[in-house]
Ligand binder design. Structure first.
Ligand SMILES: NC(=O)c1ccc[n+]([C@@H]2O[C@H](COP(=O)([O-])OP(=O)(O)OC[C@H]3O[C@@H](n4cnc5c(N)ncnc54)[C@H](O)[C@@H]3O)[C@@H](O)[C@H]2O)c1
Length: 330
């Protein structure tokens, strides 16, 4: 698809981060956009930003509350899109919504593990199924599934368990790669791409925590306790730290994740949209992602060893997981 003007795009998780930037850039190109998210407030801000950018006349931006891990909500989202966008077809589906969390099979709750897996994988699966008939009705269409570098490297570093997210992102990558032939055989006018971002500056760390705990900005006593246990296991003398210190460390980590990333959400969205226009099925986002991809292919057997991780930090400029001795993890 070379031109987004006049098309209709559905974006999951359009409230913040890459979803918001995708919406803004698509709208600026004259594409109608329907976004869903679990936060009405952040979606309202995305809509406001889209409208502030003075889009071409007549471009529609609709917002819809829906949790991608819940099929009933996704089917309602699809029906609202049909009604509010006045259409029986869509041209672009960005399965972008995702959260971190549920890192450990041993120390995280089953509920948290499954929530992360069901959002990151289940959301892609359910939303693709729900919107497939509308994609089939378009003259050309494209499904864009956001995986991660954790879709080919199941780690954030040797000190950080990262099972639910990695399992889900591998599933998204495998599904999308298998979909290439399914679509070629059965719906050749629909293309698909898997997006594998490296570290992108977004608020995913704080968003994920709030979604998983249902709590506000302040860590709950249970979270403080778990963070203490984790830090202690990593050799930090937590007796010296007050609860306030732990809260401050957490906030600093979320701030650094967003503000010190090598790639911004806006640049990531531009790379994704360029990849779609170029018809690429695999879209790596950021130099760190390209480098990591080369490194894992070159030496897969050692991909989870400490010295491999040290090379990732040195050669790919990777910063995540190095702060595991600090507060918490996603
Ligand atoms: N930021 C990174 O470094 C990075 C790296 C690799 C992959 N990713 C992936 O990119 C995608 C976008 O993440 P981001 O970094 O922009 O994060 P973000 O938190 O800024 O954006 C994700 C959005 O999805 C929404 N969301 C979460 N759960 C949802 C649900 N159940 N239903 C609907 N919406 C939901 C959130 O409210 C948020 O608005 C995710 O799939 C993430 O896993 C991010």
């Amino acid at each position: 698809m070379k031109d987004f003007s006049g098309k209709i795009a559905v974006i999951t998780g359009g409230g913040t981060g890459m979803g918001r930037e995708l919406a803004r850039q698509l709208v600026a190109e004259g594409c109608n956009v329907a976004i869903c998210d679990v936060s009405a407030e952040t979606m309202a801000e995305t809509k406001r930003l889209c409208e502030n950018d003075r889009p071409p006349q007549g471009v529609r931006v609709t917002t819809h509350i829906a949790d991608v891990s819940d099929e009933t909500q996704i089917l309602r989202f699809r029906d609202e899109v049909a009604e509010q966008q006045g259409t029986d077809k869509i041209h672009l589906l960005f399965n972008n919504a995702g959260i971190g969390g549920g890192g450990s099979m041993l120390t995280d709750t089953r509920e948290q593990w499954e929530k992360t897996f069901n959002v990151c994988w289940g959301g892609v699966y359910l939303t693709t199924r729900a919107f497939l008939p509308m994609l089939q009705k378009a003259s050309e269409a494209h499904i864009i599934n956001t995986s991660s570098v954790n879709g080919f490297w199941a780690s954030l570093g040797p000190n950080v368990p990262h099972t639910a997210y990695s399992a889900a992102k591998f599933a998204v990558k495998g599904f999308t790669e298998a979909l290439i032939n399914d679509l070629k055989i059965n719906a050749p006018h629909i293309k698909c791409s898997v997006v594998m971002p490296g570290h992108i500056g977004t608020s995913i760390v704080s968003n994920s925590r709030k979604i998983l705990t249902g709590a506000g900005d302040t860590l709950t006593p249970a979270e403080i306790e778990r963070t203490r246990l984790r830090m202690s296991a990593n050799g930090v003398d937590v007796a010296q730290l007050s609860d306030h210190d732990i809260q401050a460390l957490w906030e600093e980590r979320a701030r650094r994740f967003q503000q010190e990333a090598p790639t911004t959400a806006g640049t990531a969205a531009a790379i994704i949209l360029d990849g779609v226009k170029a018809g690429r099925w695999r879209i790596l986002v950021g130099q760190d992602a390209h480098r990591l991809d080369e490194m894992v292919r070159r030496d897969p057997e050692h991909a989870y060893d400490s010295d491999f991780f040290e090379s990732v930090v040195a050669e790919a400029g990777w910063r995540l997981g190095t702060g595991a001795r600090g507060a918490g993890q996603r």
